[in-house]
Design a protein around this ligand. Structure first.
Ligand SMILES: Cc1cc2nc3c(=O)[nH]c(=O)nc-3n(C[C@H](O)[C@H](O)[C@H](O)COP(=O)(O)O)c2cc1C
Length: 210
């Protein structure tokens, strides 16, 4: 591999892409955010980095709350729309047929069509040059019951989630390359997991035949 240097830039890829709902009542809004991630496990902490000029910036700053709504392939178009239109002059919920629903621990709405909603309370605002980073605690998570398997495990691999890679949206529906720790997995565990997977596939085929 022959390397060349680029000027320093935000070249980290792929990144998540999410719809962040904020505000409440008539003031509710959605902003698409790619500058987001997890910063701590316990307590669960996340961040969204938002430019001061975004309409959502003042909504998040004033309420100290937001909801991260994970994006699916079905929601990719709406996600893009919420990333190019401003809530100053557009009701993005209405324009994209997105349904606001109640959050449990914050006052701003969740987006009901999104399979996973992370309700967040801002703990700290760090001002950088272009963006302000809202560091927040995840105080509640809502997830679609349909994503639970028979053992009650959340199957996010079945959710059709989307990521953002160098300016393009990509679906993650393809087969995974491996699971966490697969590089060091014992052959016995590998065989057990393969068996479980075969069972699931058979069950899926039966269900689709009716
Ligand atoms: C894929 C994508 C990712 C984006 N990521 C961010 C981000 O991380 N932070 C940000 O401030 N704006 C981001 N934007 C731009 C805002 O979503 C956009 O300016 C939006 O219209 C702001 O809406 P608002 O004025 O209603 O808050 C992104 C846009 C797209 C399409």
């Amino acid at each position: 591999m022959k390397k060349m240097s680029f000027k320093p830039g935000t070249m980290l890829n792929p990144v998540p892409v999410v719809m962040v709902s904020c505000g409440k009542g008539e003031e509710k809004n959605i902003i698409t955010v790619a500058w987001t991630g997890i910063v701590n496990s316990d307590p669960p902490m996340t961040y969204v980095s938002v430019r001061k000029e975004r309409h959502s910036h003042h909504l998040i700053k004033e309420s100290g709350e937001f909801v991260i709504n994970l994006c699916t392939e079905e929601l990719a178009f709406a996600t893009d729309y919420c990333g190019v239109k401003s809530g100053r002059d557009t009701d993005k919920f209405q324009q994209q047929g997105l349904t606001p629903g109640p959050a449990e621990k914050v006052e701003c709405p969740v987006i009901l069509q999104s399979p996973v909603n992370l309700e967040c309370k801002v703990k700290e605002i760090r001002e950088y040059g272009s963006h302000d980073m809202f560091v927040a605690e995840i105080v509640n998570v809502q997830a679609d019951k349909e994503l639970l398997d028979e053992k009650g495990r959340l199957r996010l691999d079945q959710a059709g989630l989307v990521c953002y890679n160098h300016g393009e949206y990509f679906g993650l529906k393809k087969q995974p390359l491996g699971r966490f720790g697969y590089s060091v997995m014992k052959p016995k565990t590998r065989r057990r997991l393969a068996g479980e997977k075969r069972k699931r596939t058979r069950r899926g085929k039966k269900q689709s035949r009716g």
